[in-house]
Design a protein around this ligand. Sequence first.
Ligand SMILES: Cc1cc2nc3c(=O)[nH]c(=O)nc-3n(C[C@H](O)[C@H](O)[C@H](O)COP(=O)(O)OP(=O)(O)OC[C@H]3O[C@@H](n4cnc5c(N)ncnc54)[C@H](O)[C@@H]3O)c2cc1C
Length: 426
Amino acid sequence: MNLSQELKLPEVGLTGFETPLNADEQAIQASAHRFAREVLRPLGRELDKMTAEQVIAPGSPYYSVFAEAAKLGLDSDLLAQLPPDMAVRVESMIGEEMGWGDAGLAISLGAAGFPLEMAKAVGNQELIELCTGKIGCWMITHPDKGSDVTVYDIKRDWPSGAQGNKGNMLAKVGKDEIIINGQCSAWVSNGAVAQVALGYLGADYGNGFFDADGRPHGVAVIIPLDLPGVSRGKPLDKLGQRSLPQGEIYFDNVKLPKRFAVALQDEYYGNHTSAWSYAGTHMGQTFTGVARAAFELALQYCHERKQGGQLLIDHQLTRFRLGDMLRRVELCRGVARRSLAYARQTPHGHAYATASAKVTVTQECMQVVDEALQLFGGAGLSREYAIEKIYRDARAALVEDGENRVLTMRLGMLAQQLYAEGWSQN
Ligand SMILES: Cc1cc2nc3c(=O)[nH]c(=O)nc-3n(C[C@H](O)[C@H](O)[C@H](O)COP(=O)(O)OP(=O)(O)OC[C@H]3O[C@@H](n4cnc5c(N)ncnc54)[C@H](O)[C@@H]3O)c2cc1C
């Protein structure tokens, strides 16, 4: 037992009831928080009020976020130098600060580095150089292939005898060259501004798009988006995360060298689950930060607003509501960080395991944000207060990176698959 000599308030930091941070962790957290408070928050609020076209127009303040983030130096090279447990704690704290600052910009920064992280993961120096310093995006969904990108077990998860969904962005994979036709969905984060993409495409290696079970073949490729035949749709106008520019990218006979592939036929689904899991871990940290931001705003407002003859904070019911929010923020953090540790440290993680945390965090985040807005009363609905933007940002997360009900259904199917292999039968 850890005995206290006197009754006093508990140790607490930006990330709540945290075990003591060492000096390096404290310094990293402080600079991430400063960046979130001084750059992401004001910029996110400014971009939220602009049209989708204005956000991506040349000279838009949106582009400043990349130079500001680069100055911080809080990237995967830094994490790679840290002991594994510390790397997880630091990555989680940085991600939480980014989400606390602005959800849309946090996702934009994460997506921007996605192709580079994949190039590093496969150890391809040419692709690392190609992606460095560029705004990236991750194209996995297509107009007719949304939730279907998360189908892995074609026998259990698809109508018997029917071919799977190969999507709308397709590749012919030749001896030395890949030819791409079609388009990604309008939902691709950074799609409207990206200079390089990590794409997941249906692929024909010379014997059609499907294997004998009807499962689509695929190829994962890094694509420079200045190649002939690449064009864009209009930037997407949407409810929340308006600081995140999204939009379709079209491909008309776009040719690229086969060496730009990061996963061919046999490695495709393994690479796919790793990439999706990588994205999911960011969702967990980001929306923990969003939940914390909403809780803090509500806590502050309850110290300013008087009803029933006293400040809201002095009512028992209000304290209960804040206590309920605080425990949910702690729940988000705990689940997000455990899931991050599992994804980074376990030799065979799985995107459905990461999705379990993504669903929990975003659902809990939505509950916290909803209650925060309710605590503001009518003021919560006004554009004058930050909470209504946070509400819209959080709402998008229930669909982003996989719709939550579909993900939960697939988690149940994962339980079915694991049970069939003997798991939990003891
Ligand atoms: C903010 C945001 C950012 C995003 N960023 C990216 C990105 O960077 N890259 C990218 O490629 N995509 C991105 N997406 C796309 C996102 O992954 C998809 O929106 C999501 O996977 C759901 O697909 P969908 O929108 O086509 O919905 P659909 O799959 O059409 O789902 C519609 C409804 O049908 C239900 N449904 C679907 N399948 C089934 C089933 N088998 N059984 C029962 N019900 C089902 C779902 O529950 C849902 O309610 C982003 C989306 C958002 C909102």
